[in-house]
Design a protein around this ligand. Structure first.
Ligand SMILES: Nc1nc2c(c(=O)[nH]1)N[C@@H](CN(C=O)c1ccc(C(=O)N[C@@H](CCC(=O)O)C(=O)O)cc1)CN2
Length: 377
């Protein structure tokens, strides 16, 4: 997959002590083929106009949400060239390619053995975002020829009701994958529910047996969780080497951070996990050749946290208020795109980066499941 180039320049950046980044002024110099030399300069008369931060508390990482992190406004902009900075890793396009590949495989399977893969989705409660994701999953299934089955339950349903539906799908031969849309209402025990999915149909890869196998050398999980699998797939499709690289995963959630770290380790990266109790996260992040950020904290990772030439995979999909947009908000990642894209060698955008890969990997896991169950190669 070819990388899309962005325009760039020589830029002075400066971060003030009120931002979660260092206070060094730097000259970032890019050339056409490689990234590039970074020289530290002192610029005494330089002032940065920082974004207006909104204070809220979130997951212990920081209490400041940066809604804008434009370094261009703060750039003293000695723009001496127009060369390139980070390449854009286009998850939307890769996801489309993957859907096309899956559609071909599904046709081949149907013609050879008459089996069509089936995916069952259980949605509990009225969260708008979850309803959108489930709708998009159904659309994606339709587009590749996977049969989809949906159960919608009220917010007030019991854990037992959810587990009963899972049990029925476990026993249904036309269903090859089962997923319960997360998060569940707070009165339910997520572990009890996820444990009820039989591991042969656990296309989300959240069953503890699948996660346990992922963590162990010499063991193979039946399924890998979709979002982390999508991150690694992007690196592979863009020929970004992982072996021997220093990787930092920001966030340690069961559904993204932790499995992403395990996957990177399986690919022979040297992996660190940065979390809400990590001291000096910037210092650790700055050592990384590959950063996967999954904390849900808008623009937390500033340009100054990024080693020149690093590859950035942004899993965060954070709404921030934007009166100029029709929805009244826009989506931003955990990584301050505008700043970081001037330092990194490659970066995923938000939206259009990892998000579409999550659903593509779900389709891929469902096909994999149907092939395994019916011993079709
Ligand atoms: N059972 C699961 N629950 C949840 C998972 C999961 O993998 N399994 N992941 C997330 C939600 N999710 C899928 O379920 C998901 C999130 C985001 C996207 C996506 O394509 N995002 C777009 C932006 C969408 C927009 O405009 O609103 C993007 O990033 O480009 C897909 C799937 C939590 N729950």
């Amino acid at each position: 997959m070819a990388l899309t180039k962005m325009t760039s320049t020589i830029i002075f950046t400066h971060t003030s002590s009120s931002s979660p980044s260092s206070s060094t002024s730097r000259l970032i110099c890019f050339n056409n083929t490689k990234l590039q030399k970074l020289q530290k300069l002192t610029i005494s008369h330089y002032r940065r106009s920082n974004p207006v931060p909104i204070s809220i508390s979130s997951r212990g990482f920081s209490t400041t949400i940066i809604t804008h992190c434009s370094s261009s406004s703060s750039t003293t902009a000695t723009q001496v060239n127009n060369e390139t900075s980070a390449n854009v890793i286009d998850g939307k396009r890769v996801a489309k390619d993957i859907r096309e590949e899956i559609a071909v495989e599904i046709t081949r399977m149907k013609e050879a053995i008459g089996i069509v893969p089936g995916l069952a989705v259980i949605l509990v409660g009225d969260r708008k975002d979850s309803a959108t994701y489930v709708r998009n999953k159904k659309k994606a299934c339709d587009s590749v020829g996977i049969n989809s089955y949906e159960v919608r339950l009220a917010e007030s349903s019991t854990e037992e009701e959810v587990i009963n539906h899972i049990s029925k799908f476990n026993d249904d031969a036309s269903v090859h994958g089962i997923l319960v849309q997360l998060p569940l209402p707070s009165h339910m025990d997520e572990q009890n529910v996820l444990n009820a999915v039989c591991i042969e149909k656990d296309v989300d890869g959240f069953h503890p047996l699948n996660i346990g196998r992922l963590a162990m050398r010499g063991r193979e999980p039946l399924f890998v969780p979709c979002t982390p699998k999508g991150c690694i797939e992007l690196l592979h499709r863009y020929d970004i080497p992982i072996k021997g690289k220093r990787a930092v995963v920001i966030g340690r959630s069961n559904i993204v951070g932790m499995p992403a770290a395990l996957l990177l380790q399986r690919e022979d990266a040297t992996v660190s996990i940065v979390h809400s109790r990590t001291k000096n996260p910037e210092e650790i992040v700055r050592q990384a050749d590959i950063i996967i950020s999954a904390v849900g904290q808008p623009n937390m990772v500033r340009g100054s946290w990024v080693k020149p030439g690093a590859v950035l995979i942004d899993v965060g999909i954070n709404p921030v208020e934007d009166q100029g947009s029709p929805r009244g908000y826009r989506l931003v990642g955990d990584i301050c795109y505008e700043e970081a894209s001037k330092v990194a060698s490659a970066i995923t955008p938000v939206p259009g980066g990892v998000g579409p890969m999550t659903i593509a990997m779900l389709l891929s896991n469902t096909l994999l499941s149907a092939k395994r169950i019916h011993n079709f190669r």
